[in-house]
Design a protein around this ligand. Structure first.
Ligand code: ATP
Length: 250
């Protein structure tokens, strides 16, 4: 199944304009984001990279409505985030955004299947059985659905978290260092799955990573330095990302 038609790819899933985020006040204030404008195309896998402290996590949190901005705007589809109430933001995150974190964040007492479906249940939505089958089969979890997180490897737990993020058909999945706690083989599996979700299921994925190899799975790398955009790489390789990071002094 291929839904990544060129028309879909041209659509903008997430757009940030002139984002400013300042932590603290007065002499100790830090401009974590200093006028960032960037678009993320639908049906694309984008990695956000940059030296430590360059603003990657801050940008992701502001794009996902997990943190407020001091100036600028963020659109997810047609919805402008910064004008939303707390209630509106909670609903938007629940209905339109999927999250994958470094530390899988699964509930230990629930099975893999229950973890995958929990968000939908809390939202009072029924899973689409066909889509659930697709997500379970693409993540390779069919034989593991009845297992609790402590009966699964780290890679399998992160694949459960990926399935949980995808099952609600979100407009965009934000992944924050998704391979940070995994060995390289499990990390490659999770990255391979994220790439498949983009290429074959038409998902939009935005990932923060430190790792040039992880970034090479993306269609595009957006580089940050000192809270500003510092370039981008299309069809990145680990070598081209490493060279760009070295140029930024990372
Ligand atoms: N809650 C906070 N309070 C004060 N300063 C903060 C806060 N969060 C981040 N910062 C500062 O904002 C800047 C950007 O931080 P951010 O975590 O976004 O960078 P990063 O690129 O994700 O870094 P890393 O790669 O080390 O995770 C840094 O100078 C950081 O110290």
């Amino acid at each position: 199944m291929s839904t990544t038609l060129s028309g879909v790819q041209a659509r903008t899933a997430v757009a940030a304009r002139q984002l400013v985020k300042v932590y603290g006040k007065g002499e100790t204030a830090v401009r974590a984001l200093d006028g960032v404008s960037v678009d993320f195309a639908a049906g694309q896998f984008t990695a956000i990279m940059g030296p430590s402290g360059s603003g990657k996590s801050t940008l992701m949190h502001c794009l996902a409505g997990l943190d407020t901005v001091d100036a600028g705007s963020v659109h997810i589809g047609q919805v402008e985030l910064t004008s939303q109430s707390d209630k509106g933001l909670t609903k938007l995150r629940r209905d339109r955004i999927g999250f994958i974190f470094q530390s899988f964040n699964l509930l230990p007492t629930l099975t893999a299947e229950q973890n995958i479906l929990l968000g939908l249940q809390l939202a009072g939505r029924r899973p689409d059985p066909e889509w659930l089958d697709t997500v379970v089969s693409v993540t390779g979890l069919a034989q593991r659905l009845g297992h609790k997180p402590n009966e699964l490897s780290g890679g399998q737990q992160q694949r459960v978290a990926c399935a949980r993020a995808l099952v609600a058909k979100p407009d965009v999945v934000f992944a924050d260092e998704p391979t940070g706690n995994l060995d390289s083989r499990s990390g490659a599996e999770v990255l391979g799955f994220l790439r498949t979700s983009v290429r074959e299921l038409g998902q939009t994925v935005i990932m923060v990573t430190h790792d040039p190899v992880a970034a090479s799975y993306a269609d595009r790398v957006v580089l940050l330095a000192d809270g500003r955009l510092a370039g981008e790489i299309h069809q990145p390789t680990a070598d081209s990302v490493l060279a760009a990071m070295k140029n930024l002094g990372a």
